[in-house]
Design a protein around this ligand. Sequence first.
Ligand code: 13P
Ligand code: SF4
Length: 299
Amino acid sequence: MRNRIEALKKEKNAVIMAHYYAPAEVQEIADFVGDSFYLAKVAKESDAEVIVFCGVNFMGESAKILCPDKKVLMPDLSADCPMAHMVREGKIDEMRERFSDLAVVCYINSTAELKCQSDVCVTSSNAVKIVRALPNKNIFFIPDRNLGRFVAAQVPEKNIILNDGCCPIHADVTADSVKALAECHKNAQILCHPECEPEVVAMSHFSGSTAEIIDFAKASDNKEFIVCTEEGVGFKLRSDNPTKNFYFPTPCPVCKDMKLNTLENILKVLETEDNQVEVDFDKRMGSLLPLERMLELGK
Ligand code: 13P
Ligand code: SF4
């Protein structure tokens, strides 16, 4: 299967991009593996004609918006991020009416419809930097309340209005489960994604995007880590650091949508070119500016 995938990639000038939450065997064969910001940047810069995007819908959609001339294929079009939809209809208009200088800051984990109504997109690796750089005092941060709260704590000069969305996988990581693990591994450093609930962020030694967690663990002299994010990052953490130990809370955080990316599905879409991501013209034009602003401000 791997040989066939390799041959089709060459034949079609295709690249495979995978998020760190994709299954290990998918990360292993991917040309590019990274966090959401890195993957958006790489998609835009790539000169491939076909991108097989092993992530969830908003990632494939962002790649298509940034590179409309490329074929963007998803191994399974039903791979979705539930949080991407978690903004009540009309809420953004209400906020714009209330605050005349409002900036709507949209986490990239969002639908193209939400991006169209926003001023700038962010990812977990650049949200603090971008919000700090905005001239606006009032910021409506959508859809993730936890990343919004994480940014608010670091940018106290802004009035950050939170929206009640969250990632169900990260919200399931409880402070008690992390405490129990820390009791067993007293020297472990706790690393978390800012999508975790505030109690988990408060007890962590470091919070950052998936790529930042990976970089932190590599640079650290510590030998043990408790990792509060989706279990897929374990593949890179363990390959980079064979002498270090990584523990995940119980129940182990698994994003079932990310796991829909399989070698079988990758091969199938490379063969058939089915599952092309399509974004209609209005949606693409509306969400291009906030995404490009993110790439510029996030540099
Ligand atoms: P990163 O941008 O940190 O990779 O996060 C993406 C994501 O979906 C986290 O749940
Ligand atoms: Fe969405 Fe959470 Fe899955 Fe990330 S882990 S893609 S935020 S559901």
